[in-house]
Design a protein around this ligand. Structure first.
Ligand SMILES: CC(C)(COP(=O)(O)OP(=O)(O)OC[C@H]1O[C@@H](n2cnc3c(N)ncnc32)[C@H](O)[C@@H]1OP(=O)(O)O)[C@@H](O)C(=O)NCCC(=O)NCCS
Length: 167
């Protein structure tokens, strides 16, 4: 079954909360790039479905001509859900006239790092001890994952062509 996506609607709050809580222990996340605590469930975004089944959620924020992916979670990995969610945000960002899509991930998240780079994102910055700073705002951020200390943030971006611009 193909993965479909649509914009998050107010009635999706319970589903979105479930997915965010499953991945991040709640809907509150620290937007790594900004050192800001955000309720991701209040953000715009997209939900993905595999048939009738919820397959994933992405949330984003539009600021200063750029769209930041705040959270992205595939309920089932490796089925094209992550790519479908990024496609939806990218199309929205182009529609908004954003110059780039950007996001941050953590040093331990080698799967996400691989996924983003294969999608077309490029690494633009390393914020050393960014997660240590974020942990002061959200103490529940784990100290390690798969034996890797979680300390640093990696920032990636994808340049966008404005809608209607020449190829
Ligand atoms: C990172 C994450 C969003 C990626 O999403 P995903 O749905 O696994 O990504 P995709 O399925 O689109 O792509 C992963 C792979 O599956 C492959 N794939 C896509 N559609 C497929 C299909 N129908 N059948 C088999 N494989 C498929 C892709 O080609 C890709 O292959 P590759 O690894 O060889 O490049 C997901 O793993 C996730 O939610 N992780 C946990 C939360 C997280 O870390 N979020 C990021 C925080 S910064």
């Amino acid at each position: 079954m193909a993965i479909s996506t649509r914009a998050i609607e107010p009635g999706d709050l319970t589903l979105v909360t479930q997915v965010l809580t499953g991945s991040w222990g709640g809907t509150t996340v620290v937007a790594l790039g900004r050192g800001e605590v955000i309720d991701a469930a209040a953000l715009p975004g997209f939900v993905a479905f595999d048939g009738d089944e919820l397959a994933g959620v992405v949330t984003y924020a539009y600021k200063e001509g750029a769209v930041e992916v705040i959270t992205i979670d595939a309920v089932l990995s490796g089925r094209g859900v992550g790519a479908a969610l990024l496609d939806a945000v990218k199309a929205m960002a182009v529609e908004l006239g954003a110059g780039k899509l950007w996001l941050s991930t953590t040093n331990d998240n080698t799967h996400a790092l691989r996924f983003y780079q294969r999608y077309g994102f490029d690494l633009v910055a390393l914020h050393r001890h960014g997660v240590d700073r974020a942990r002061k705002l959200k103490p529940a951020i784990p100290l390690e994952s798969d034996g890797i200390p979680i300390r640093h943030e990696l920032e990636l971006e994808l340049a966008l062509e404005a809608a209607g611009s020449a190829p």
